[in-house]
Design a protein. Sequence first.
Lengths: 122, 339
Amino acid sequence: MKKILIVDDRQEIRELVEMTLRSKEYQIFKAESGEKALVIARAEIPDLILMDLEMPGGMDGLETTRALKSYPETKNCPIIILTGSTGPYYNKTEGLNAGATDYFPKPFSPLKLIKKIEALIG
Amino acid sequence: MEKPHLLVVDDDEGSRDLCSEILQAEGFKCSKAADASEAISILKETEIDLVLTDIVMPGLSGLDLIKQIREISDSHVIAFTGYIKDYDFTMVIQNGANDFMLKPVHGKELLARVKRVLRERKFIRERNTAYKSVEATNRQILKYAEDLNHSLHQLKFAVQDLQKAYLETIHRLVIAAEFKDEDTAEHVTRMSRYCTVLAEKLGLPKGETENILYASPMHDVGKIGIPDSILMKPGKLTVEEWIIMKRHSSIGEKILANSDAEVIKMGAQIAITHHEKWNGEGYPMGLVGEKIPLCGRITAVADVFDALTSERPYKKALPLEKTLDIMKEGRGIHFDPRI
């Protein structure tokens, strides 16, 4: 069973993504902040992380992505950024430079996300 | 939340400094401007939560400043003046200020009003953030609906393709089963059309009619289990041979038995009952009247009709009228009179 970690400060998005990916093949973990994401990621070593960029009041998605890429146990874990398509956090280059594998602007197409995930981890 | 950033605009330096001292003592971050144009350049570069402005100043007035603020920033504004006769609360509020005070400014009143306006600002900002978040979620949900719609269409096409493929497979297997018999692919197709027309005329629901369309061609699949010597015998069959020949009904049912698919289930039922007769003299079970399943009764009519109107090595096709006469004679004896 592959492990997927969903990082988003908004509960409704975490649940929406979880519902989208719920299957026998995936075990889903959720984190509402970058700090929580780091703890879960280092304990569980997920096969994939879905990362929101805009998370107020703590580490944002870019910082969290960079941190994950700096730890030996999580540095090879693919990270897909899921973020708002407007505002200061819409910056694909920076996201990819931080070490993310792919970048989906919100609102994202769930079908495309599923296809991408299947291609990445099966 | 960060410390609120305030901007005091007053041409009177003493009043400006006093104001800002009171506000800073209360823990606010405070900038100062001596006139409207200085205030505007500060507002363009810094995010200001609340502007406190004098109304009567050289250059642009405080009221003009409010108009400009509304174009470049979302700051809240408290206006104040010493000219009590010229300006009243209603007018200042109508000009876009969030509150109005008279000079000289009293510390307690100033702080009370500043805090009230900042509280209002906080509520508005929270509401705006929540609204934006709801909007973003709604857009995301729309995307899901879009994908769901797309998936459903694809699924529908996939199911249609699959259904087409499996119905075609049935058709081809039926032809394979009867390859050696005199029955041809055309017989199978005609039969199934006759059955469908009868089912429609009898007012059967659409699903049932469709099942008959695809199930009726399977009525003789059991013939695959009949020896060629009997099946392909040119002359008349002996009594013993007939007994064997009649087994095709039950062989057909065995081949089609225990399926979960409605079409195959009906195919099995038709295979075992299409040689039953209304008067109970048919085979293999000798069922009477409505004990014979409707699909079997329909298939019996279609089967006999097609046999009579078709040419065989040993007989010519009967003309339609003659056929109908024979069929009518069979009413209530061989056939369900209703059909």
